[in-house]
Structure formats: structure tokens, C-alpha cells
Design a protein around this ligand. Structure first.
Ligand SMILES: [Fe+2]
Length: 254
């Protein structure tokens, strides 16, 4: 019998607020997350876990994380999270402590290890992996050398072709790329932050980004620009042989 894949649902950049009904660029971010989750619950596919790559809050309040908890608990799934530039790691740790939440760490299942990397850089929109995060990653890659590996990090690693956004990506991405080059078990790197779908290959590794659950940035724009595309999410099937089947779902307004 064929072994089942590790099926992940990738949600990112929910940008929730303390105030109910608060809007970001005209979008009720709690409302769009609710719509995205309703679509997920409607789908016949059932993920093994939800992976959330940061910017859970927009205003860094504890109440924004309470709202996230309240909305996402309806899925009854484990929720693996990392922080983005708009998050408050202390508030996240306080409000998303314990099951179903896991902050950072390693998800191991079905021949795969998913390693969550914290790129939050206090006071900055760009991100960075600290020396201790890079050391943790090097150890984890050694430990999981006989598994297939997916890395998840809020900030995008490869440029997506928008000058303003690429200036706010992962600083010192070369450090990460060097580690990846020395680790043939790394199959893909999954990011949020750019509020758009992208799928690139670099040295045989796939670099994926996923639309936000609220609003999108216009791809290939020199300067800041918002896209008209609706909220989105990404499905990933991590197959036992190391292949990844992935698709983005856009959630149009009703
Ligand atoms: Fe971000």
C-alpha cells in the first residue's frame, strides 16, 4: 500500500487586530481569515497540520492572538507558527502557548522533517536568521539527514522581482543558501511576507511563497502597490519519495 503524504495547509500574513472589524488597506482581516477557514473546512482534503508563517497580528496586541486562536481552533488541527515582522514574539508566546499551537521547532512525520526558522528582527520590516538560529538549523539538518526536509521562514529568501519588497526580505540570505547547498535533503523553502504566490527553483530546491489570507501585493512592482487578487492559501502534499505537490487556492468573495 502506498504511504500517505504529509499534507500541510499553509496560511500566512493574517494581520489581525485587537479591534473587531478593523481594516487593513480596506480589508476586514478577521473576516477574510474566517472565509479562508470556511473554505478549508469545506474541502474534502484534511490536512495533518496548519503551518502559519507569521504576521499573525498587525498591531502586536495580545488580543490579536486571542482572535487568531478563537478563529483557527474551529479547524481542530495542530497549528505550527513562526513570527513575522509585524508580530510580537512575547505576546505570541503568551497567548499561543500549548496545544493546538506549536511555536517554532520541528514537525516530523511521514519521512519528512519541517524545520521552522524564526527571522523576526525587532523594529525592522526585513528579517534575519541569528547565529543561534543558523546553528540550530545546522544541527537539525545533521539530525534529519536521512529525511526529506522542508524549511519554513516568514521572510522570502530569493528575490520575487519587486524592488521595494526585495529590499525587505531575508538579510544575509547567503548564509541560509550556503547551508541549504550543503544539505541535499532540503527539498523546499516556504515563506510568507510577500503577499503573493511564487514558485522558483534554485540549485534544485523549490522556493515557494503563498498569498496572504487578507490582501495581496502586486507582483513585479518597483514601488509599493496592492493587487486586486483575493485572499489565498496553499496546500502541500509532501510525498514519501521527496516530491512535493502544491497548489494555491484563491478565495473569491461570495
Ligand atoms: Fe511580513
Amino acid at each position: 500500500m502506498t504511504k500517505p503524504p504529509l499534507r500541510l495547509l499553509h496560511l500566512t500574513d493574517t494581520h489581525l487586530f485587537e479591534a473587531a472589524g478593523a481594516r487593513l488597506r480596506g480589508v476586514d482581516t478577521a473576516g477574510t481569515l474566517q472565509r479562508v477557514l470556511a473554505r478549508v473546512l469545506d474541502d474534502e482534503r484534511r490536512p495533518d497540520a496548519i503551518l502559519v508563517t507569521g504576521d499573525i497580528s498587525q498591531d502586536e496586541t495580545a488580543a490579536a492572538y486571542d482572535r487568531f486562536r478563537q478563529l483557527i481552533e474551529a479547524t481542530d488541527l495542530p497549528v505550527w507558527c513562526i513570527a513575522g515582522n509585524h508580530d510580537s514574539p512575547p505576546a505570541m508566546a503568551a497567548r499561543l502557548a500549548g496545544p493546538p499551537f506549536r511555536l517554532g521547532g520541528t514537525l516530523v512525520q511521514g519521512g519528512w522533517a519541517v524545520l521552522l526558522l524564526d527571522s523576526h528582527l525587532p523594529g525592522e520590516h526585513g528579517g534575519r536568521l541569528t547565529a543561534s538560529t543558523l546553528a540550530w538549523l545546522a544541527d537539525a539538518l545533521q539530525e534529519h539527514r536521512s529525511r526529506h526536509v522542508l524549511l519554513a521562514v516568514h521572510h522570502h529568501v530569493l528575490p520575487v522581482g519587486s524592488r521595494w519588497l526585495d529590499e525587505l526580505g531575508l538579510q544575509d540570505a547567503a548564509n541560509l543558501l550556503t547551508l541549504i547547498d550543503g544539505a541535499p535533503q532540503v527539498r523546499a523553502v516556504l515563506s510568507g511576507h510577500v503577499h503573493q504566490a511564487s514558485d522558483q527553483e534554485h540549485h534544485g530546491v523549490r522556493f515557494l511563497t503563498t498569498p496572504s489570507t487578507c490582501f495581496q501585493f502586486l507582483p513585479h512592482a518597483e514601488h509599493f502597490a496592492v493587487d486586486t487578487r483575493p485572499p489565498g492559501l496553499r496546500w502541500l502534499d509532501l510525498l514519501p519519495d521527496g516530491r512535493i505537490l502544491s497548489e494555491v487556492t484563491w478565495v473569491e468573495p461570495e
